[in-house]
Write a protein that binds this ligand. Structure first.
Ligand SMILES: Nc1nc(=O)c2c([nH]1)NC[C@@H]1CN(c3ccc(C(=O)N[C@@H](CCC(=O)O)C(=O)O)cc3)CN21
Ligand SMILES: CC(C)C(=O)C(=O)O
Ligand SMILES: [Mg+2]
Length: 272
């Protein structure tokens, strides 16, 4: 990190300045070694609360704790030296008041060393976003499908299909931008709404299932690698890691069973 020849890490302000330019590219990351592999190629890494579903097999993100987020945030920071690292504030750790949100965000910044936090919600969270930004916490917003509200939404459903819904999501994005967010994740909304939001706000929109009209894109790493057993409809699988893992495991099992592994190269020999 301190080596002179290393370029400085991307900041929240750098991301903000990318509005309307070359698309911002982001992936989720929960893990040091995969963070190290993807860090040189993307602009930011999100330690998403989706880790509850991806790493722990939970059905929603609601049970995810602040301790889980901090532990994986620290792991990702050890692997990443180039990207901005953004950590999701988990359900129940910030909604009740701006003060509570600041206490949570301060722990995340202190204990992980990450450069920004993300929280879900629009107009109702604007006061909190302002409170955090005024106190030195860069905040990424998240509107549209907000998975922490799965129980009030009634499922992981596309948002903004009806005009009333679209209008309120647009108002949410504007409120978060005006409150000082440096970027806004727009999740699972119809293309015209994603375009409208992107044109209406002065900070970048980062889409997930929200069309190419956004200023950038993010996906869950394990989904795009083809490791997740299921993925939302908007995911494109750029790899098939599940098949590769299965192939490697079958080869290992077969070599252990026929005693071709461990071979000479894999065995300690006594000193001559
Ligand atoms: N692995 C993973 N990938 C994600 O993208 C992701 C998570 N987990 N967990 C948190 C949220 C939840 N997300 C989701 C989850 C499911 C759908 C989904 O299955 N949607 C249906 C449409 C359902 C409907 O409209 O009724 C789809 O077919 O895409 C969408 C987003 C996105 N996030
Ligand atoms: C899908 C992204 C935007 C997220 O919030 C997460 O991974 O938790
Ligand atoms: Mg999340």
């Amino acid at each position: 990190m301190s080596a002179q020849n290393q370029t400085r890490r991307i900041t929240a302000n750098d991301i903000r300045a990318r509005k309307g330019g070359e698309p911002i590219v982001a992936l989720t990351s929960y893990h040091a070694h995969t963070a190290r592999i993807i860090d040189p190629f993307v602009d930011f890494l999100l330690v998403g609360d989706s880790l509850g579903m991806v790493m722990h097999g939970l059905e929603t993100t609601l049970p995810v704790t602040l301790e889980m987020m901090i532990l994986q945030g620290r792991a990702v920071m050890r692997g990443a030296s180039h990207c901005l690292v953004v950590v999701d504030l988990p359900f129940g750790s910030y909604e009740e008041s701006p003060v509570k949100a600041f206490q949570t965000a301060a722990r995340v910044l202190k204990e992980t060393g990450c450069g920004a936090v993300k929280l879900e919600g629009g107009a109702r969270m604007a006061e909190t976003v302002r409170f955090l930004v005024d106190r030195g916490v860069p905040v990424m917003g998240h509107v549209g499908l907000t998975p922490q509200a799965v129980n009030t939404i009634g499922g992981f459903k596309v948002q903004g299909r009806d005009p009333g819904g679209a209008e309120s999501i647009l108002a949410d994005a504007k409120a978060i931008e005006e409150a000082g967010a440096f970027a806004v994740v727009v999740e699972a909304v119809v293309e015209p709404l994603a375009r409208q939001i992107t044109e209406a706000i002065a900070v970048p929109t980062v889409g997930i299932g929200a069309s190419p009209a956004c200023d950038g894109q993010i996906l869950v790493l394990e989904d795009m690698l083809g490791l997740s057993p299921w993925a939302p409809k908007f995911v494109k699988r750029f790899g098939n890691l599940a098949e590769q893992i299965e192939g490697s495991v079958k080869a290992y099992v077969s070599e252990v069973r026929d005693r071709t592994f461990p071979a000479d190269d894999n065995v300690y020999k006594p000193k001559k």
